[in-house]
Design a protein around this ligand. Structure first.
Ligand code: IDP
Ligand code: MG
Length: 141
């Protein structure tokens, strides 16, 4: 069992795609064990994407990620990290495989509808960024 952090980005929330994104994860067998809607400040977006500090797109990315509400979720399942990355598709919707969220719904390389953790280390950090342990519901329901 593995956990990962996914976000429906501002372009997805704005276009009423929250349910569509969650539905794709659930249909793949992943369980939602934490869920919330929030709006990041610019400073919080800069902290979340700190690994990209110094990249040419950093300011555009963090301005965009703080431009409107997002939905944060923790997904659990076997190979959850890789599964979510596969369902999301490549960063640039133009390069994403057909049938992936980004190919079907993404607008451009920046406004690409979803985020998903890229490694076990980052998943732990990113989950902790948005959720405390008592906000994650596991087991029988
Ligand atoms: P990922 O989300 O597929 O893991 P990363 O390379 O980690 O992609 O980049 C994080 C986010 O930064 C992307 O999802 C996208 O929103 C944005 N981004 C990445 N590269 C560019 C770019 O070249 N132009 C604009 N935005 C970008
Ligand atoms: Mg990434």
């Amino acid at each position: 069992m593995e956990r990962t952090l996914s976000l429906v980005k501002p372009d997805g929330v704005k276009r009423n795609l929250v349910g569509e994104v969650i539905s794709r994860f659930e249909k793949a067998g992943l369980k939602v064990i934490g869920l919330k809607m929030l709006r990041l400040t610019k400073t919080q977006a800069e902290a979340f994407y700190a690994v990209h500090k110094g990249r040419p797109f950093f300011d555009e990315l963090t301005t965009y990620m703080s431009s409107g509400p997002i939905v944060a979720m923790v997904l659990e399942g076997e190979d959850a990290i890789a599964k979510v990355r596969e369902i999301m598709g490549a960063t640039d919707p133009k390069e994403a495989a057909p049938g992936t969220i980004r190919a079907d719904l993404g607008l451009n390389k920046g406004e690409n509808t979803v985020h998903g953790s890229d490694s076990p280390e980052n998943a732990v950090k990113e989950i902790a960024f948005f959720f405390s342990e008592n906000e994650l519901i596991e087991g029988e329901r």
